[in-house]
Write a protein that binds this ligand. Structure first.
Ligand code: HEC
Length: 129
């Protein structure tokens, strides 16, 4: 019995922090990562052009597949129908494995490291309207 309690306390101690505290990403590292992995297909500056993917200015809080009018005809049906609103959780899931989060999306990406995703999201948050 003592052992079970000790294990429970230890488990709480180990997982408690991770569940409650959302680590803040590093904006600079996120910008660097964005440049290496995203700018081939995305601009992020205000009024930036669409490339293979839509301009990402103001993506935070926007509705997936409906944000950029000039990209309207090029969004996949899957993304348009997803009803996703971009926030930390939805971006995290999309960037972890886009095709798992939104089957049949035109964007195929897997950002495997949690830290990279945190940094990216912190960076995306800075490009707000
Ligand atoms: C090979 C090209 C390509 C790369 C590289 C790429 N994307 Fe995309 N991205 C797309 C396309 C195409 C779409 C539209 C997807 C659809 O309509 O299903 C998209 C859509 C998105 C969306 C949704 C936009 C909206 O208006 O709803 C986000 C967010 C996004 N990408 C972020 C990123 C990030 C962050 C990276 C870098 C880690 C990245 N993308 C890398 C092509 C790319």
């Amino acid at each position: 019995m003592k052992h079970i309690i000790a294990t429970a306390v230890l488990t709480l101690a180990l997982t408690g922090g991770a569940v409650t505290a959302h680590a803040e990403g590093d904006v600079k590292a996120g910008a660097k990562f964005f440049k290496s992995r995203c700018t081939a297909c995305h601009t992020i500056d205000e009024g930036g052009k669409n490339k293979v993917g839509p301009n990402l200015f103001g993506v935070f809080g926007g509705t997936a597949g409906k944000r950029v009018a000039s990209f309207e005809k090029r969004y996949s049906k899957a993304l348009k129908k997803s009803g996703i609103v971009w926030n930390e959780e939805t971006l995290n899931s999309f960037l972890t494995n886009s095709k798992a989060a939104v089957p049949k999306t035109k964007m195929a990406i897997k950002v495997k490291k949690e830290k990279d995703r945190e940094n990216l999201i912190a960076y995306l948050k800075t490009a707000v309207k």
